[in-house]
Design a protein. Structure first.
Ligand code: IPD
Length: 305
């Protein structure tokens, strides 16, 4: 039978908030000195805590109680090999990262969050991201807008649209990218070279009198989910990562698309010019571009009319 998206959206928002509160309570315990073991998964930088697992169980149980026929793909369930049906097919599927930015959480850098995405026919239709330390809740549902704290519509910032690259310098942009977890290798070549060339692309095109680029800034938050949320907000202009998983991006992509942004699988710099095609969840390589807003001159013109 037909899905009641309004009801599912309300449920997801409530669930995101409760899960985030759980994260915050655990963070408070860390502050008060109660140590929690940090375990390594695939490598020394691929870590997990009891909190990741507990919050995922909390979310999974709540979803299974409410929507027993829906599929569930969660980072920790997958890592334990318990989710054999992880490939996203046309069935309604929840895609969850209980704690994105685990390294940040263990170091008490506030950029960590819970990320809950809901996918129908392989399209992310609902996204909820809650960053409890900052009390920022990003949410979206297809056709109903993308929101910050259910109050402010995304994007918050109205910026001129980014012209197709590389025809124009992506100058005056803030770039975000992540280092991922495999620092040695990358399916498309060395990761450092990749990020370097991505940034130098801006420098080369933005240089003025040999003084270097005009790129405003480069950020790496340590949470792919929050990178996408801030791209949807309009703060970051472009985000790129190679090597992330569905749960890192699903909710963020839902929110970004609903806010009017774009996602593709382009790999900078060589295929940066590729047409923005339909991305596929599971590609592991993503380039996101913030929503275009009218330029300030257009806004000024509109208000004069
Ligand atoms: C990771 C973070 C990180 C990104 C990795 C992700 P986790 O997620 O989002 O920024 O570079 O690719 O796996 O392990 O903190 O949930």
């Amino acid at each position: 039978h037909a899905l009641d998206l309004d009801q599912i959206y309300a449920f997801a928002v409530g669930l995101g908030r409760r899960a985030g509160e759980l994260l915050l309570a655990r963070a408070e315990q860390r502050i008060s000195g109660t140590a929690e073991a940090v375990l390594e998964k695939d490598s020394a930088v691929d870590i997990v805590t009891q909190t990741d697992e507990d919050v995922e169980s909390f979310i999974r149980n709540a979803i299974q109680a409410q929507y027993p026929t829906h599929k569930f793909l969660g980072e920790e369930t997958y890592a334990k090999g318990q989710s054999r049906d992880y490939l996203i097919d046309d069935q309604p599927t929840w895609v969850v990262d209980p704690l994105d930015g685990t390294v940040n959480y263990t170091h008490l850098f506030p950029m960590f969050c819970v990320s809950i995405g809901f996918v129908v026919e392989q399209k992310p239709v609902i996204g909820v991201i809650y960053s409890p330390f900052q009390d920022q809740l990003f949410s979206s549902c297809t056709g109903r807008g993308a929101w910050l704290n259910e109050r402010r519509r995304l994007p918050l910032l109205q910026k001129p649209s980014i012209p197709p690259m590389p025809a124009h310098a992506p100058s005056q942009c803030v770039f975000a990218c992540e280092w991922g977890k495999d620092r040695r290798d990358h399916p498309d070549g060395n990761l450092y070279r990749k990020i370097d060339s991505f940034l130098n692309m801006a420098v080369e095109r933005g240089g003025r009198e040999g003084k270097g680029g005009m790129v405003h800034g480069v950020r790496s938050l340590g949470s792919a989910t929050l990178d996408l949320a801030y791209t949807a907000m309009g703060s970051f202009d472009i985000w790129w990562e190679g090597g992330c998983w569905e749960w890192d991006v699903c909710a963020g992509i839902a929110i970004l698309l609903e806010a009017g942004g774009l996602v593709t699988t382009a790999n900078p710099p060589e295929d940066i010019n590729a047409p923005i095609e339909d991305f596929k969840l599971g590609s592991r390589l993503y380039l996101a571009i913030r929503p275009a807003g009218p330029s300030s001159t257009e806004t000024a013109r509109e208000s004069q009319e």
